[in-house]
Design a protein around this ligand. Structure first.
Ligand SMILES: Cc1cc2nc3c(=O)[nH]c(=O)nc-3n(C[C@H](O)[C@H](O)[C@H](O)COP(=O)(O)OP(=O)(O)OC[C@H]3O[C@@H](n4cnc5c(N)ncnc54)[C@H](O)[C@@H]3O)c2cc1C
Length: 552
């Protein structure tokens, strides 16, 4: 993709002496990777396409953008002093606060001088004779690095559907994932929002009050439930500090990386009145606990899931006054959590505003964009601003666009033409010394927790190599095949359905392969432990300086 210019803070072209570790991406994963590499005594440099720190939280600065994870559970846990130095305002922080936090971390640990912004990586080539990677940015600057870590994110390549005339629209047009750094003025404007996934349902209620009119174009309805956000009281702040060790213990061992307790009952264990009372408590519970603390059979028993869906549907009918609009907002084609469930604040209520209307694209498909608006099979509506909340090329999008070439000039996108092949979601065969924590085949849940596990694994591996006189590591094909097969076969048991973007289904032509880790975090832990216990049995370790090893 072409990254737009976004106020480079520091664009000094580099170097460049050879680097031990080159990290790409200044999101929550890349920042931590840079920190750990430097702490471990490696020379390190980070390259970031955007103009500042934050990754997701740099690019997605649209009104209403906020965490669905509890702020303090998403935050870094590697330093208790850091944890205590930052007080989150809300249980689910808004984008500006998150961006401030990540900048605070970067400055606190003096990482900024190792970062270069406005530096999209366009090619990355492995040299078999030296065992080094040459990484090139769009201005032609070359970096030679021993270890190449792409922390480029799974939701970092925004997707625009191929609607005829998209370029013709003369008004303002913004994708939620490429939001401008100067605020967009919505006041008194006629606004269209295309898409009702997690970002769409955040921005819709956030701007509805200031626009002249808001038209929402919905392709598929989602099972939205309340985020139930609130400020963190002084007593809660004190408790968070006091409970730091216990919280880390829970977060570092939980399957989903959340604090939410797992329920001890199945749906049909409870009589109806008890079940409804429980569903009501779920509806009022924070964020993802509707998934993680719900009845334990929710995602494996369709009849159980259907009851929870019916409960949500009744809530929608009770909130949205227009019965036709309410019905359009209730999904009919999938159960709860088959797609990533969005969490909302005042979303359904927004449709009671007289200036808000909903267009169901299944009933009235989009025909094209015109210079002044959007044409559906029903006719044209004119707009001043169009917001594209149309998602991302999930999982492999960024890695496939970095010109990565491994042994024998093998292009990563060719190696992964039928879907990603990885071991631990960290390495792929044929690409020595290349790692991609936070990429495809990672677990699902609270992102920084399992991305952090992967960064720790990568860093510990580099330390192991150094301590044992190696400087090249490449996963064995058999290990990659085993892990990828585990993911592909386990995918049928995943709560997410094939219509979810976790299978790449929102991108035309993309192979329908599961892009998360169907074994989840427990399987990741187990395999990482096994690798450590067997001293890297799944990998081939060697010395690049040894000519006999050069093309191993
Ligand atoms: C709106 C939104 C809300 C979310 N909310 C949550 C949440 O509440 N909880 C949760 O767990 N997860 C959430 N996520 C998922 C989120 O992506 C992760 O939590 C986390 O931010 C991932 O961090 P990362 O560092 O791995 O990737 P990112 O934050 O995506 O950072 C990757 C960086 O790599 C850069 N990059 C990519 N390609 C190149 C290149 N070729 N050259 C140079 N730089 C490049 C990008 O510019 C980007 O800055 C959300 C995602 C979105 C989009």
């Amino acid at each position: 993709m072409t990254f737009p210019d976004t106020r480079p803070e520091q664009a000094a072209a580099g170097p460049t002496a050879d680097i031990d570790v080159l990290v790409v991406g200044a999101g929550v994963t890349g920042i931590y990777q840079l920190y750990r590499a430097l702490q471990a005594g490696f020379s390190a440099q980070l390259l970031e396409a955007g103009g500042g720190v934050g990754g997701t939280w740099f690019w997605n600065r649209y009104p209403g953008a906020r965490f669905d994870s509890e702020s303090y559970t998403y935050a870094y846990l590697f330093s208790q002093e850091l944890f205590e130095a930052w007080e989150w305002n809300e249980h689910f922080a808004e984008q500006p606060e998150i961006e401030r936090y990540l900048n605070h971390v970067v400055d606190r640990f003096d990482l900024r001088r190792h970062m270069r912004f406005g530096a999209p990586v366009t090619s990355s080539t492995y040299d078999e004779s030296s065992g080094m990677w040459t990484v090139v940015t769009d201005d032609g600057t070359e970096y030679r690095t021993r270890y190449f870590v792409a922390a480029t994110g799974v939701l970092s390549v925004p997707y625009f559907p191929d609607v005829p005339g998209r370029e013709d629209f003369r008004g303002e047009s913004h994708h939620t994932g490429l939001w401008p750094t100067v605020p967009v003025d919505f006041a008194g404007k006629r606004v269209a929002v295309i898409g009702t996934g997690s970002s769409g349902v955040q921005i819709i209620p956030a701007i509805a009050g200031e626009v002249a009119s808001l038209t929402v174009y919905q392709r598929s309805a989602n099972w939205c439930t309340p985020l139930n956000n609130s400020p963190i009281s002084p007593e809660e702040q004190a408790r968070l500090r006091a409970d730091f060790d216990a919280m880390c213990e829970t977060l570092n061992t939980s399957a989903s990386g959340f604090l939410h307790p797992i329920h001890d009952r199945q749906t049909f264990d409870d009589p109806i009145h008890q079940r409804l009372a429980f569903f009501e408590s779920m509806w009022r519970s924070p964020g993802f606990s509707k998934l993680t603390s719900n009845y334990t059979d929710l995602t494996v028993n369709h009849a159980a899931n259907a009851l929870w869906c019916e409960f949500i549907a009744e809530k929608v009918r009770s909130i949205v006054r227009n019965p036709e609009t309410a019905e359009r907002l209730i999904p009919k084609d999938h159960l709860y959590a088959e797609k990533r469930p969005p969490f909302v604040t005042g979303y359904y209520e927004t449709y009671n505003n007289p200036n808000v209307s909903l267009v169901d694209l299944k009933q009235t498909p989009m025909v094209r964009l015109t210079q002044s608006g959007i044409e559906t099979s029903e006719g044209v509506r004119e707009f001043d601003v169009i917001v594209w909340a149309t998602g991302f090329d999930f999982g492999t999008g960024a890695l496939a666009r970095m010109g990565i070439r491994g042994r024998q000039d093998l292009a990563l996108e060719e190696h992964w033409a039928d879907g990603p092949k990885t071991f631990l979601g960290i390495q792929t065969a044929g690409f020595p010394n290349f790692f991609f924590p936070g990429g495809p085949h990672a677990a699902a849940g609270n992102n920084p927790r399992y991305n952090g596990d992967q960064v720790d694994f990568v860093t510990d591996t580099l330390i192991y190599l150094r301590d044992h006189g190696y400087d090249r590591i490449e996963v064995e094909v058999a290990a990659e095949e085993r892990w990828t097969e585990m993911i592909d076969t386990g995918a049928v048991l995943s709560p997410f359905g094939e219509s979810s973007y976790y299978f790449g289904s929102n991108i035309p032509g993309k192979p329908r392969k599961y892009l998360l880790n169907s074994g989840g975090r427990p399987k990741l832990f187990k395999e990482m432990r096994r690798v450590r216990d067997t001293e890297y049995e799944a990998f081939k370790l060697s010395r690049a300086s040894d000519p006999a090893e050069a093309t191993a």
